[in-house]
Design a protein around this ligand. Sequence first.
Ligand SMILES: C[S@@+](CC[C@H](N)C(=O)[O-])C[C@H]1O[C@@H](n2cnc3c(N)ncnc32)[C@H](O)[C@@H]1O
Length: 346
Amino acid sequence: MHTFAVARAVHGIEPLVATEIRRSRLGVVRGVRHREVWFEAAPGADLLALRTADDVLLAAAVVDGIGHGRSALRRLALAARSLNAGGLGCPGSGVEVSASFVGRRNYTRFEIEDAVGAELARPLRLPYHSRRDGARPPRDAMSWRVTIEGDRALIALRLADRPLHRRAYKTDSIRGTLHPPVAAAMAALARLGEAGTVLDPCCGAGTTLIEAHALAPGARLLGFDHDPGALRAAAANARAGVGDGAPFGWGLADGGRIPVADASVDRVLVNPPWGRQVPPRGLLARDLGPLWREVRRVLAGDGLAVALVHDGIPRGFAVEEAVRVSLSGQHPVIAVLRKEAGRLRR
Ligand SMILES: C[S@@+](CC[C@H](N)C(=O)[O-])C[C@H]1O[C@@H](n2cnc3c(N)ncnc32)[C@H](O)[C@@H]1O
């Protein structure tokens, strides 16, 4: 029998999650909707191995006819009551629910959570832990999600004890560190295949290169940053994720003067400093022009750069693919770039 599963994703990369499900033979994709990919999981598939998804859930109930009015609360509560929550997983110290919906509704997420959570917890004789007033449920609670798009609601159970985006390797962090599933999507778009050398000239805590290692374990991975603290975080994370023998090289350098030879890099993955959260420093303080000139210089003729850009496509590159994503209220683009022929005028 197939398990019906749902992968949750950052908005914009849903099609990349669907591709990963197909390529990794995790199942048959049955539908893509806002921030979700619905699929029939292959028997025995390791769904927790998904890297581009934020989370993976077991679909317990699909409820149609969920309108914008408050009668939706009762319909969802009835659907939750009819589930045998105890038979679906280990309840731990109770039940918690996180709800979200697309569009305006005459109810709040907390009302949905409380209506569904009370019904899921009742047959288990365990407490329901509400998220109202910012309360944090205990870590070992059985974790449910309710999502509504259009008039269709999904009630689903998280398969892992924490969301997939919370990577075990991220033991050290920095401000503005990249969401790992987005880094995984960038690595997938880079078609790492036979890439020999992959570079991140503003590597921060190392997320792009650690995600690249999962797809290209044989590649040499070079990470530079202007901030020694970021490099310490990157090295610690790489050690935690991959161990000491992995092919990473970390170094202190300015992205406007990358210490590698011309045309020696097959792929660049970069999430440049941007805005007030992580301001560009050194040679990039005025603008990112010197970074893009250096990326062009070090990239091999047939190389690709995959960049998360907030301010448009840099000069001197042709766009192969562009994926707009929604991240922390911003809408940057993951751009897959190839060098344009000819010299760039300053
Ligand atoms: C948005 S963060 C990168 C986050 C990283 N992808 C991660 O997952 O942690 C931008 C990084 O650029 C670095 N940076 C700022 N100015 C730089 C410069 N001139 N050269 C190299 N790195 C720079 C910052 O120290 C920061 O680590």
